[in-house]
Design a protein around this ligand. Structure first.
Ligand SMILES: Nc1ncnc2c1ncn2[C@@H]1O[C@H](COP(=O)(O)OP(=O)(O)OP(=O)(O)O)[C@@H](O)[C@H]1O
Length: 252
């Protein structure tokens, strides 16, 4: 069998006496969208924090293309081709949309954090072009010169995706991209995820089951920190344990 793009092996995280993530073993195949779903407090965000290097594992290991990444710093994991878009706003509000994306692109090329780059700011036309390409793909080119902090919520969330895309990832980890969005923004975001999935492997946490069922090739269901099941949406949604754990006995 081909090496999965990302492989989680018995990944465990304890916070004191709480086992937030409990021996999760999961392969993420290339070119697919895997949605991680589960009830509130199941451990999904903690799992993302482990994958992206924000938290240290208590036990287990994580490999990207067969190489261990679980000992690396978050910025080094980004350099390896794994980028994350956040659930909370994560940009410089006083900089323009373009500058935010450009800094991320420059950080990827230099290995410095965007914060460090701000200290010795230097406009490079190459990263400016890359940033414009990203904004174009996100349909944000017309607000390129606007301050990030003044954008509408949906545009800010898309900008965060742009910041992750500027890192040129093979694997994009998305934490609730439609959270707090209007119905129209949610549809736009779903279409954006579908577009990105054409050339990027995606792992997504998403509570909107309509979005999940449309974009995901596979569902991984987490309950109480453990992986309950993983498989195609059509199979997982019929699983009685999933319906009881997550859907309260009703099919979504
Ligand atoms: N930094 C932390 N310190 C202590 N406990 C934590 C920490 N982060 C998460 N937890 C606990 O770990 C468990 C899993 O939380 P987590 O946020 O990963 O769940 P989740 O599935 O992402 O939930 P939600 O869908 O509500 O975002 C919860 O019991 C939570 O209280």
């Amino acid at each position: 069998m081909a090496t999965p793009l990302l492989a989680l092996d018995s990944v465990t995280k304890e916070f004191g006496s709480i086992r937030a993530v409990d021996e999760v073993t999961l392969d993420i195949p290339e070119s697919e969208v895997t949605a991680v779903i589960g009830p509130n407090g199941a451990g999904k965000t903690t799992l993302f924090n482990l994958i992206t290097g924000r938290y240290e594992l208590t036990d287990g290991q994580i490999e990207l293309r067969g190489e261990r990444i679980d000992q690396l710093e978050p910025q080094d994991i980004v350099q390896q081709g794994l980028a994350r878009s956040f659930q909370i706003t994560n940009f410089f509000p006083d900089l323009t949309a373009l500058e935010n994306v450009r800094l991320a692109a420059q950080a990827q090329r230099t290995g410095l954090t965007p914060g460090a780059l701000l200290q010795h700011y230097d406009d490079q036309s190459e990263t400016r072009e890359a940033a414009r390409d990203v904004l174009k793909r996100l349909d944000l080119l017309d607000i390129a010169e606007e301050q990030a902090g003044s954008l509408a919520h949906g545009q800010q969330r898309h900008l965060e995706i742009g910041i992750a895309l500027a890192c040129d990832p093979d694997l994009l980890v998305m934490d609730e991209p439609t959270a707090g969005m209007s119905p129209d923004e949610t549809v736009e975001t779903r279409e954006l995820v579908e577009d990105l999935a054409e050339d990027i492997t995606i792992v997504i946490i998403e509570h909107d089951m309509d979005v999940v069922m449309r974009v995901a090739d596979r569902l991984a269901v987490i309950e109480n920190g453990s992986l309950l099941t993983v498989g195609p949406p059509s199979v997982v949604r019929e699983d009685e344990r999933v319906q009881q754990a997550y859907l309260g006995g009703e099919t979504a």
